[in-house]
Each structure stands twice: as structure tokens, then as C-alpha cells.
Design a protein around this ligand. Structure first.
Ligand SMILES: [Zn+2]
Length: 55
């Protein structure tokens, strides 16, 4: 399962979550808000060059 970084829009808490379905809402573990934003561009699992230019 992919591991994603999330940032809560309400309290600013940053956490990681294993997500099976990326359409699924992820709840903030601190304030239980569903206003969480998935952070992309920093793969935690993937190896190799992290700075691949987007074409
Ligand atoms: Zn929160």
C-alpha cells in the first residue's frame, strides 16, 4: 500500500497514512477533520531520483 503525507487544513497537523483508495477521505488524527490535503512530490517509498521533471 502506498504511504502518503497529509496535512490537516484545520489544525495544520502533518501525518502519514497508508491509503488503499486515494479517493477516500483521510481523517486528521488530532482534530478529526476531513479537510486533509495529500502532499505529493515527496515519495516516501519510491527509490531513485526524487526530482523527475514533469513533462
Ligand atoms: Zn487536524
Amino acid at each position: 500500500m502506498p504511504l502518503f503525507d497529509y496535512v490537516c487544513q484545520d489544525c495544520g497537523h502533518r501525518f502519514e497514512s497508508l491509503v488503499r483508495n486515494t479517493e477516500e477521505k483521510v481523517e486528521c488524527p488530532v482534530c478529526k477533520s476531513e479537510k486533509t490535503e495529500r502532499q505529493i512530490g515527496r515519495p516516501s517509498v519510491q527509490m531513485g531520483n526524487p526530482y523527475i521533471p514533469k513533462i
